[in-house]
Write a protein that binds this ligand. Structure first.
Ligand code: XMP
Length: 317
């Protein structure tokens, strides 16, 4: 019978054996998989694990600093690299969804390669790939959760010549969470909703500007904090807000307004391959809609997405 304790013991022993005294570099995302992979490796090789956490400027509000602090508290050797402006510059004027994804993947590889170059004698690249990623990377249209899927952008970067270590590649998400709990990782971190690699870029329909990112971060923060306050966060598999590329007419006092529309999305799912929209309480939606419209300048209308997957996808781009 599979138990998280036995998995941890066995994997730590295997990693020690395989890696010895060599150095390993790993990209942290703030998500469950890369974090659990990092903690397992840290247990096995300690300070020879070098983690890199890149701010692409498309994370949730305050996420870069808070997640970085959390990692440091966990004793991980992690370098935070704020490359927001590099991503923003590369994205300027781009509105096609696939072009946005490719641009972000490409810049990520450049940043990661620059950072990996600063480390000497690294032999291994560790990734938090889990079993469903292994399956999806075989299908053509699966989400590109890992850097692997972008590896034919230009020539092969230096870090890709490293030997790959993927300690979670045989596990499903719930097993990864159990392994994380076994190693004492904060349950709040382990319970985080999935969040796409391209971040808010695929929730801002059309082109990306720093101002749109700021507006969406505020909206998203109110929605996610609201779900937590109403004890709904753990009942939902994934939730987020989408900034639509249209303005609609509204009224404030005696003035006519012409401002942005945001959509809220919350889904139930087990693996993201299919998903149902969640029947959130009307009272909750009413409160959240009011807070968003009152507190976020530039937004005068909130709608709720009642589409399931298929045929709609979870993300709008
Ligand atoms: P869709 O929109 O395809 O999303 O129904 C299914 C799941 O995959 C996530 N997703 C991505 N994750 N890079 C990622 O790392 C991507 O480009 C990407 N696109 C979608 C999405 O958030 C959902 O959990």
């Amino acid at each position: 019978e599979w138990t998280p304790g036995a998995f941890v013991d066995m994997t730590v022993a295997e990693l020690k054996e395989k890696i010895g005294d060599d150095k390993v570099v790993l990209g942290l995302s703030g998500g469950v998989d890369s974090t659990v992979a990092a903690v397992l490796l840290h247990k096995a090789i300690g300070k020879n694990l070098y983690c890199i956490f890149v701010n692409n400027g498309l994370l949730r509000k305050n996420e870069f600093d808070s997640v970085l602090d959390q990692y440091k508290d966990m004793g991980l050797n992690v370098k935070g690299v704020d490359s927001s402006s590099r991503f923003m510059d590369a994205l300027a004027g781009k509105s096609d969804p696939e072009e946005k994804r490719k641009t972000i993947g490409g810049v990520f590889i450049e940043v990661f390669d620059d950072e990996a170059h600063l480390l000497e004698d690294v032999k291994f690249l560790a990734q938090g790939t889990i079993y469903p990623d292994v399956i999806e990377s075989i299908s053509v249209n699966g989400p590109s959760a890992t850097i692997k899927s972008h590896h034919n952008v230009g020539g092969l970067p230096d870090f890709m010549k490293l030997k790959v270590v993927e300690p979670l590649r045989m596990l499903f998400k719930d097993e990864v969470r159990r392994v994380g709990a076994e190693m004492g990782i904060d349950p709040e971190l382990l319970g985080r909703h999935p969040f796409p690699g391209p971040g808010l870029a695929i929730r801002i329909l059309g082109d990306i500007t720093p101002e749109k990112v700021r507006v969406l971060q505020e909206v998203d923060h109110i929605f996610i904090q609201g779900l937590k306050d109403w004890m709904l966060y753990d009942k939902v598999w994934q939730a987020g807000a989408i900034l639509l590329p249209i303005n609609s007419v509204g009224v404030m006092g005696d003035e006519r307004t012409y401002e942005k529309v945001v959509a809220l999305r919350a889904v139930e799912s087990t693996d993201g391959m299919t998903a149902d929209w969640v029947n959130l309480p009307y009272d909750f939606l009413q409160k959240i809609s009011n807070s968003i419209i009152n507190r976020v300048k530039g937004v005068n209308r909130v709608v709720y997405d009642i589409s399931s997957k298929p045929p709609a996808t979870i993300e709008w781009e």
